[in-house]
Design a protein around this ligand. Structure first.
Ligand SMILES: Nc1ncnc2c1ncn2[C@@H]1O[C@H](COP(=O)(O)OP(=O)(O)OP(=O)(O)O)[C@@H](O)[C@H]1O
Ligand SMILES: Nc1nc2c(ncn2[C@@H]2O[C@H](COP(=O)(O)O)[C@@H](O)[C@H]2O)c(=O)[nH]1
Length: 183
């Protein structure tokens, strides 16, 4: 499974979409209590649930991991983990997956300059207050030193999403081959 990590508007979602479409990876749809953005669809972008539903799912032990980010809860339900999948998480979630799944996951860290991220969030119609908060807090949260392992770092600035997806797919396939050789 590919685990994709990066600050807000670094381009994780778009990169993952290119990987699903071009290389057949499966999306691991995660669950959140945040409001839907324009154009997002329940069950496709996220399972959008109330805080109470999220807490009930937690009581039922439905989550593989759950974390909080900007006052909202996010989690991967066990039913949504796929071997040939891609999951997008913040660093706490990535560290839990690294601990539990070790070399069965490939951690991709997506970097993009702050200026470009502000531009992208503005174009995405994010609330200016949220943009300000995310830019400020992401400096600490998405610091590379918060990740216990990174297998690949990419910069999503000047390359096309297709070029980046090709590079990620190639690197992941090589990683899997090496893992199999070592077994
Ligand atoms: N390489 C790119 N070229 C042009 N636009 C891009 C590129 N990468 C991302 N974008 C645009 O930037 C915006 C943010 O990208 P995306 O939603 O993929 O970010 P994200 O990292 O998933 O953000 P978040 O964690 O906040 O959900 C989107 O509107 C997307 O279309
Ligand atoms: N630990 C987890 N983090 C998750 C999960 N699903 C998404 N995320 C991360 O949350 C932030 C914010 O996402 P946004 O869609 O509200 O902009 C982002 O970094 C995601 O990667 C999850 O299940 N667990």
């Amino acid at each position: 499974m590919i685990v994709c990590v990066g600050a807000s508007a670094s381009g994780k979602t778009q990169l993952a979409k290119t990987l699903y479409q071009k290389y057949g990876y499966q999306k691991c749809v995660t669950t959140t209590t945040r409001e839907k953005r324009d154009g997002e669809i329940d069950g496709i972008d996220y399972h959008f649930v109330s805080k109470q539903t999220f807490l009930n799912l937690q009581k039922e032990n439905a989550f593989f991991e759950a974390s909080q980010y900007h006052n909202h809860l996010y989690g991967i339900q066990k039913k949504d983990v796929h071997k040939n999948g891609i999951v997008i998480v913040e660093p706490d979630g990535a560290n839990t997956l690294i601990k539990q799944l070790a070399n069965d996951i490939f951690v991709v860290y997506v970097k993009t300059s702050e200026a470009l991220r502000i531009e992208r969030m503005t174009k995405r119609n994010d609330d200016p207050l949220i943009i300000e908060q995310r830019i400020k807090n992401d400096q600490n949260i998405f610091n590379e030193s918060n990740l216990n392992r990174i297998d690949l770092t990419i910069t999503n600035e000047s390359k096309t999403l297709e070029e980046l997806a090709r590079f990620v797919n190639h690197s992941y396939q090589r990683y899997i081959k090496n893992q199999e050789k070592e077994k």
